[in-house]
Design a protein around this ligand. Structure first.
Ligand code: TA6
Length: 292
């Protein structure tokens, strides 16, 4: 692995290049992970003695400025299509920008990596505001993710955000999600909205739902023989997505038969739950992921 210049690292942390992109790999007694500088995108997390938790498409592209298909893309400062200009990149610009790597440190229970994106001419051209968006990744018995956004502008900052997490499952047809019962959701496939009445959500077709929920979710991966718990704070929406057959075929960076091995549980603040920050204010979206 090649290393790129930087300060001292915590034990088990090394800067490297993967698929030609700058990345940081961390390893400790709890497991290992890999984060690309581009988008501060975590693409791999393997708890010690367990299978990989995050899904990455075999057809993902790894080119500067091109979104990586899998892991935990950061959606910021909008979610989905831009509502004022549909020509702008879906899910905002953060996931295709090179974050500054701030370094690594030992924290209670594990290793912490930090990345930061601040405004530059390219971001101002898309979104004319001053901001700092930091991603902190904690590799411990659990995986900790924190997206901290600070308003560095003199005006109010009004944005959407998501940690758009792709999970590996043995077979999505045999998977289900607990924790959303009683939450209202918008179904982006049918355009309708409804109340989730089921204690477990099963995936039997293209699924693209934005739930108004701050609750923890438990992914029951029956075929994979495991459960994945997603706890969060600072997030009012949970997005559940699987493209299923036809949409997977339409996505060039998504294998036709890969839809069966993945399921997104995304921790977000979107639409009416968007974040508004006064000058100098900050917001933290925190996610903790653990597996049985
Ligand atoms: O989170 C669900 C979603 O908004 C879907 O509508 C689908 O577009 C997915 O994100 C992937 O978006 P991407 O821009 O990464 O292809």
């Amino acid at each position: 692995m090649h290393s790129w210049p930087g300060a001292e690292e915590a034990p088990g942390v090394v800067r490297c290049h993967e698929h030609g992109l700058e990345a940081v790999r961390a390893e400790n007694s709890h497991g290992s992970l890999l984060v690309f500088r581009q988008g501060a995108q975590l693409v791999d997390w393997v708890p010690t003695g367990k299978p990989p938790v995050l899904w990455l498409s075999k057809q993902s592209r790894f080119e500067a400025g091109v979104a990586i298909r899998g892991g935990v893309p950061i959606c910021f400062p909008w979610f989905g299509a831009n509502t004022t200009d549909s020509k702008l990149p879906a899910h905002g610009f953060a996931r295709t920008r090179a974050f500054r790597y701030l370094g690594s440190s030992l924290v209670p229970g594990g290793t912490r990596l930090s990345f930061e994106l601040t405004a530059d001419d390219a971001t101002r051209a898309l979104w004319p505001f001053e901001f700092a968006a930091c991603l902190h990744v904690n590799l411990g018995r659990e995986l900790g993710l924190e997206l901290a956004v600070e308003n560095q502008d003199r005006r109010e900052l009004d944005f959407e955000e998501a940690l758009h997490t792709y999970f590996c499952v043995g077979d999505v047809r045999k998977a289900s999600i607990e924790g959303l019962q009683g939450a209202r959701y918008t179904d982006k496939v049918s355009g309708s909205s409804a109340l989730e009445r089921e204690p477990e959500l099963s995936i039997t077709a293209e699924t693209d739902r934005v739930y108004q929920s701050s609750a923890a979710c438990r992914l029951l991966d029956a075929a994979g023989g495991r459960q994945i718990l997603v706890e969060k704070s600072g997030s009012a929406s949970t997005v559940i997505w699987n493209p299923w057959i036809d949409k997977a075929r339409r996505l060039s960076d998504f294998g036709d038969d890969e839809y069966g091995g993945m399921l997104c549980i995304e921790s977000a603040n979107t639409g009416d739950g968007r974040i508004r920050l006064a000058p100098g204010e900050s917001h933290r979206l925190q996610v903790t992921i653990s597996t049985t």
